[in-house]
Design a binder for this molecule. Structure first.
Ligand code: ZN
Length: 126
């Protein structure tokens, strides 16, 4: 089962103003990671099979998908968590904001306030 993990973070503006925020991440257990890895392997090998019937392109696509399958599966198996989003009050404009994160984003991370476009840094709170 995957679970959502919420950790406190700080949103810091360029001028050093700080506001509290929360970071949401999805945490995967071993069964989940295995399921995610197998899903990707099956999907990519399925694409390899389908691209067998595309003239000329199959010279590139079939080996490409066959190799990408295990690579992507291993990457999926190794990642135990996926960052989802951070929310909080923008230290610059005071708006409640939600910052969408990439699964592999690391904290601290520089980003922009979606409301006022000010540069913000998401930092671990201590
Ligand atoms: Zn703002």
């Amino acid at each position: 089962m995957s679970s959502t993990e919420i950790t406190p973070v700080q949103l810091r503006g360029n001028d050093g103003k700080i506001a509290d925020g929360k970071l949401y991440a999805t945490r995967y257990d071993t069964g989940d990671r295995l399921r995610r890895a197998l899903l990707r392997l099956v999907l990519l090998w399925g694409l390899a099979r389908v691209s067998l019937f595309i003239p000329l392109a199959h010279f590139v696509l079939v080996p490409g998908f066959l190799i990408a399958g295990p690579v992507v599966a291993v990457l999926a198996y190794r990642s135990s968590q996926a960052r989802d989003r951070a929310d909080g009050k923008c230290p610059q404009c005071g708006e409640e904001i939600i910052i969408k994160l990439e699964a592999r984003d690391e904290i601290p991370k520089w980003t922009y306030c979606p409301a006022c476009n000010a540069a913000l840094q998401i930092m671990e709170s201590n």
